[in-house]
Design a binder for this molecule. Structure first.
Ligand code: MOS
Length: 694
């Protein structure tokens, strides 16, 4: 064995599966085609609330190649699920327009599609309510919000402090529903045999899909195998099994043949989750010198009638700034809408749009530079828990960003820079994202040829996870990456947490390091005896459970320059700079992609993304990429992400914080703040459409 210590973490290793991907050898879920394959096309409800009384399947069954039409009358029974979204075709009830009510299975995709379209459905419709309003009588206080956070928090007397504050901001911000659109739509190939169920699934977490599907079909998890070797993005929408994978498994069981199901892009606007719309009121009270005395952040959001999903929208406000008097709340209303789900930085992205816009409004109200205002309100410890931060370099990010961006010369006067027919402005906002870890297992083996194999049921959703785990393993084994094969993307591997919550590298990396350390120990103990074939395993449950109490978060600062056309109102982001402090960066090449990918999605949030509810029909109107606008290459001009390396010993053996989501946090506020600087118009309602600027 070579003995160089940790030389590969921190280097820009090329993606280890890059060649496989660019040559088309990397196979995604839909590209698996077992023998006897049949195709499934799901059918969606065309009412927003009510019951399916009957489905006339006669015409469909006469179409050549059609094998079955499955609906609640003839569907295989599933065990009850905590998440009612998974109880596919188990009852006549329709909880939202677009919910799956049947599936057509045929020899070809074309025949299945024709059969699906030919069904005649008899509904008993009921009046529906799909409108989120701040005064909705159905608003309630959920017991917890997502990720287990308390629903509300209160410290001191925020109302009295607001009353007494010489400078006040009281503003309501809103963010629209947004739909996840990974390049690869959700897809599953399901096959049953004597051993149980095999799924080739486009998922962020094979272990979770295995556990969920085993429970639904009342089988031991060992009888379910989930393979997700390559995944074309997820952004949270593939973070948990949803209706499509269940429908594929159920259809394959019914027809006793392997079944392939790809969710058409249009169906993704109903069945694979979305970011809940929010209405957020932020109140900030401050002294004349800009020191915050009160922070109140109250969020209203929606979920479906069948599953509570309470986004943690105001939780970033709990850790951002020092103020003795504070309140954060979440209220939810159950509407006849699809169930929202995770979408990149769920909570932090909409929540920080509101908070960081309000901070800009406060800076103007106080006449203080917005960078300086944030620096002045930097807390010594986590303002809610009182715990020390494991590391917190927001101020360094703001200062470094200001330096690189050329912030010092900024004239704060809004609407003062007209170049030709374009108003130019600049804005800043802070970013943050928690640094989580979740228990995982891994194994490491020394092969007879002297190479190493590391196994863990991690997933690479396009982030470079396989590559960074190879670097981490190489360092832990004191070898080079080309002598390490990391096997991931299969539930048959040691179980691991999902690729979500920006905690993949930290969680999996910990397990990989521990397994590799244990293997090195075994090899050294074996002395002169042959060590080939030695294998070690690790489980990080205890280690993570016993970790010291710290407030662990990544921070960043985003700077935007925008141009707004005075005649058309069109806003363009001319420059975007993100400076992040997110622990040690394992691979600068893949990390940069994560940061600028998140920032691009933030730009898209600021200017384009918006799912529009049709109240009459009760569903989202725009349902493809022609109608649901996302930032294209031409929208992203000058974008750069840089980072401040942090040496934080309180995180994990690698010293890493998550980087997958922080890039989207704060971006929209930086852009909205820049739009205000350019035009004097404060947009508190995303996206920043041109009609709002005219
Ligand atoms: Mo991410 S929304 O936690 O997959």
């Amino acid at each position: 064995m070579t003995t160089t210590a940790r030389p590969y973490v921190g280097t820009a290793l090329d993606r280890v599966e890059g060649m496989e991907k660019v040559t088309g050898r990397a196979r995604y879920a839909y590209e698996h085609s077992p023998d006897e394959l049949a195709y499934a096309v799901p059918v969606q409800a065309s009412i927003a609330r009510g019951e399916v009384r009957a489905i006339d399947v006669q015409a469909a069954l006469t179409i050549p190649g059609v094998i079955a039409i499955i609906w609640h009358r003839n569907a295989p029974r599933l065990a009850p699920a905590d998440n009612a979204e998974l109880s596919v075709l188990q009852s006549a009830r329709v909880a939202y327009r677009g919910q799956y009510i049947a599936v057509a299975v045929a020899e070809t995709l074309q025949a299945a599609g024709e059969a699906a379209r030919s069904l005649s459905v008899d509904y008993a419709g009921e009046p529906h309510d799909t409108e989120l309003r701040a005064d909705h009588p159905g608003l309630y206080r959920p017991e917890k919000v997502n990720a287990g956070y308390p629903t509300d928090s209160e410290h001191g007397d925020p109302d009295a402090a607001m009353e007494a504050a010489p400078i006040r901001v009281d503003a309501t911000y809103s963010t629209p529903a947004e739909h996840n659109n990974p390049m690869e739509p959700h897809a599953t190939v399901a096959r049953w045999d004597a051993d149980g169920l095999t799924l080739y699934d486009s998922t962020q977490g094979a272990s979770a899909v295995r556990a969920t599907l085993a429970a639904l079909f009342t089988m031991p998890p060992a009888n379910v195998r989930v393979i997700a070797s390559h995944v074309g993005g997820g952004f949270g929408s593939k973070g948990q099994p949803l209706a499509p994978v269940v429908l594929a498994a159920l259809a394959a069981k019914h027809v006793t043949r392997p079944v392939k199901l790809a969710v058409p892009r249009q169906q993704m606007f109903a069945v694979t989750g979305y970011r809940t719309p929010t209405i957020q009121r932020v109140r900030l009270g401050a002294d004349v010198d800009g020191r915050l005395t009160a922070i109140v952040h109250e969020a209203i959001e929606q979920c479906s009638t069948i599953r509570e999903f309470a986004e943690q929208t105001t939780t970033p406000t709990r850790i951002m700034y020092a103020a003795p008097n504070r309140r954060t709340t979440h209220r939810v209303v159950k509407l006849d809408v699809p169930t929202p789900s995770w979408m990149r930085a769920p909570g932090e992205a909409p929540g920080m749009f509101a908070l960081e816009s309000a901070m800009d409004e406060l800076a103007i109200a106080c006449g203080i530079d917005p960078v300086e205002l944030r620096v002045r309100n930097e807390p010594d410890a986590d303002p809610e828990s009182g715990e020390p931060f494991s590391s917190r370099n927001l101020v360094a990010c703001l200062r470094e960003g200001a330096r690189r961006f050329g912030w010092a010369d900024r004239d704060p006067t809004p609407g003062a820079r007209l170049v030709g027919r374009t108003l130019i402005g600049t804005g800043v906002a802070a970013s943050t994202y928690p640094a989580y870890r979740s228990p995982s297992q891994a194994s490491a083996r020394l092969e007879p040829d002297g190479r190493y194999t590391v196994r863990i049921a991690a997933t690479d959703i396009g982030t470079g996870a396989r590559t960074v785990l190879t670097q981490i393993a190489a360092d832990a084994l004191r070898t080079s990456p080309d002598r390490v094969t990391v096997e991931i993307g299969d539930s048959a591997l040691p179980p691991a947490t999902l690729a979500g919550g920006s905690m993949g590298t930290a969680s999996w990396g910990t397990a990989v390091v521990r397994a590799c350390e244990a293997l090195r120990e075994q090899v050294s103990r074996s002395g002169d005896l042959p060590s080939a074939g030695l294998e070690a395993a690790a489980d990080t449950k205890e280690e993570i459970g016993a970790q010291e109490r710290f407030s662990r978060h990544a921070f960043g600062a985003q700077f935007a320059e925008v141009g707004v056309d005075v005649d058309t109102g069109e806003a363009r982001v001319l420059r975007l700079l993100g400076v992040f402090a997110a622990g040690r960066i394992v691979n600068p090449k893949t990390a940069r992609s994560q940061f600028i990918g998140g920032m691009t999605m933030g730009l898209s949030t600021a200017l384009f993304e918006e799912s529009l509810m049709d109240r009459e029909f009760g569903d989202y109107l725009n349902r493809d990429l022609a109608q649901y606008h996302v930032a294209a290459c031409a929208d992203v001009r000058d974008i750069e992400a840089v980072w401040i390396e942090e040496d934080d010993p309180h995180l994990n053996p690698m010293g890493t914080k998550g980087i997958g989501e922080i890039g989207i946090v704060g971006t929209a506020a930086a852009i909205a703040n820049a739009v205000h600087h350019a035009t004097g118009i404060r947009i508190r309602d995303l996206p920043i459409r041109l009609d709002k600027l005219l």
